[in-house]
Write a protein that binds this ligand. Structure first.
Ligand code: SAH
Length: 487
């Protein structure tokens, strides 16, 4: 299995920068052992104008089969002999994708400590895969790569050059060219699309694969015209996983349109409440109210569900009373911003041990969320369609079951106090609903009842005698916390 990546350069931007980007020195041939065999990285050419890195994977067929057996769940459902005699060692496939992510993991994430400015810059790239198994042929290869800005050459490889009448094999020779992509993007495209074209995963596909797919698909998968085919094949047509991925991608798409608006709202609120002294922005007042309620509850390990860009997580980290803070969001983009805000990559070990960011959807139960003292849902519920709210309710109050849950949401009655908000409008393009105080109390009361919690309500922001506060907060406390410990 073989793949080459070339780039072209000038004296100002030498092609040999590829060595920095890949974290592999052009003058050394390097070898890495993977669970399926040995990966070699070498540079057939490396000068200012042109630099090519080659990834060669020698697959150990026996190890591959043993590994599958050892885990009690084989890869492809092959007959005994076919397990050993197949095309895996020769063809680019899911094995090559796994090797790519192993050998070039920093490059795939767009990280380059030596030259931090390099990864973000697009550069001329050419990628060649001489034998790519492609179910769907050259046509599908083009449909997958062209929308991502690649110029695609995909030629079918004949079964046997001496007997052209035998027709084509299921392989194509692939060449991709682009000047507008970064190396990290290119690697992520290959990581997802090579196995999609191969359409035969060498390992059991579990729900973790959804996370991997969404991570690698960040920024390009949610709008791809072949998104359905890509997710379905990537997840080996496991229907439940495919559906989960589709829903999460839809949420990513929606969430990606609204992050910028959140800041705008906060700024607008700030501008409107303008008096001589700079007032505390509503978002900050919310964080203060949440922090106070958390401290009153005695919580030390806290979930920030729908953490968005991580402002609350950041505020909580400053307080040593909170020993562990987990931010979860469905939007990869929001999480990327959050991790930058928190400077996760530069954090000391002790601090880093206190905080974690997770990608996930609150519409699904999630084992990672069990066992915490408290969960905060700050301005999150109104981003879900009403029919999905019971799923969130169950995931938080039924499954994760922290002792304390704080939920904040806009109070729609207050909207009349905002001059810039046209009557009847919600505060935010992505709000699916905004509730009156009575509606919120009715919902929260019913939730508490169904799951064994007591609930209290706290106003956040100026509590207007007529229309109430701009933000309403419900504080849920579990009635019988012993039960939570036992669970
Ligand atoms: N808690 C933050 C962000 C609120 S914006 C704050 O108070 O500022 C709402 C956030 O909820 C967005 O970041 C959005 O991506 C996230 N979100 C929406 N639906 C979600 C879901 N089903 N699962 C997890 N997060 C979701």
């Amino acid at each position: 299995m073989f793949l080459t990546i070339s780039t072209f350069g000038t004296p100002e931007r030498p092609a040999t920068d590829l060595g920095f980007l890949l974290h592999k020195h052009p003058e050394k041939a390097q070898t890495f052992s993977t669970s399926y065999g040995t990966a070699h990285v070498l540079y057939p050419e490396a000068d200012t104008e042109r630099c090519t890195a080659a990834l060669l994977l020698e697959v150990d067929t026996v190890a591959l089969v043993r590994r599958g057996k050892g885990k009690g769940r084989g890869g492809a459902p092959d007959a005994a002999l076919a397990q050993y005699v197949n095309d895996r060692p020769y063809a680019a496939s899911s094995l090559l994708a796994v090797a790519l992510s192993g050998v070039f993991s920093s490059a795939m994430r767009g990280v380059c400590n030596a030259r931090p400015e390099l990864p973000a810059a697009p550069r001329p790239l050419r990628i060649e895969v001489p034998a790519l198994p492609a179910r769907g042929g050259p046509g599908l290869v083009r449909r997958l790569f062209e929308p991502l800005g690649w110029t695609v050459t995909a030629e079918p490889v004949p079964l046997d050059t001496e007997f052209p009448e035998w027709g084509d094999s299921r392989y194509v020779r692939l060449e991709l060219e682009s000047t507008g992509r970064t190396l990290a993007e290119a690697l992520r495209h290959l990581y997802v699309l090579l196995p999609v074209l191969d359409d035969a995963k060498h390992y059991w596909v579990s729900s973790e694969e959804v996370d991997k797919l969404l991570r690698a698909g960040e920024g390009w998968l949610a709008g791809h015209p072949e998104q359905k085919l890509i997710t379905s094949r990537y997840l080996s047509r496991r229907w439940s996983l495919t559906r989960q991925a589709a829903e999460r991608l839809e949420l990513v798409r929606l969430a990606e349109t609204d992050d910028s608006e959140i800041e705008e709202i906060d700024n607008a609120v700030e501008a409107e409440t303008g008096t001589e002294e700079r007032p505390t922005p509503l978002a900050e007042q919310r964080r203060e109210a949440i922090t106070a309620a958390l401290k009153a509850s005695g919580a030390a390990r806290v979930l920030d569900l729908g953490c968005g860009q991580g402002q609350l997580t950041q505020a909580l980290l400053k307080d040593p009373a909170f020993t562990e803070i987990v931010g979860l969001d469905v939007s990869v983009r929001a999480l990327t911003i959050a991790s930058r805000r928190l400077r996760l990559d530069r954090m000391g070990e002790r601090q880093a041990a206190r905080v974690k960011l997770l990608q996930g959807s609150l519409a699904y139960t999630d084992r990672r969320l069990k066992g915490y003292d408290a969960a905060v849902l700050s301005e999150v519920i109104e981003h879900l369609d009403l029919p999905r709210l019971p799923a969130l309710e169950y995931a938080v109050f039924g499954s994760a079951r922290p002792r304390t849950v704080l939920v904040t949401t806009p109070n729609v009655e207050y909207n009349v106090r905002w001059e810039s908000l046209p009557t009847g409008h919600v505060r935010h393009g992505d709000h699916r609903f905004e509730w009156t105080r009575a509606e919120f109390r009715a919902w929260a009361g019913a939730v508490a009842e169904r799951h064994g919690y007591e609930v209290d309500f706290v106003p956040v922001g100026p509590d207007d005698p007529e229309v109430g506060p701009p933000t309403q907060m419900a504080v849920f406390m579990m009635r019988n916390p012993k039960e939570a410990k036992a669970a």
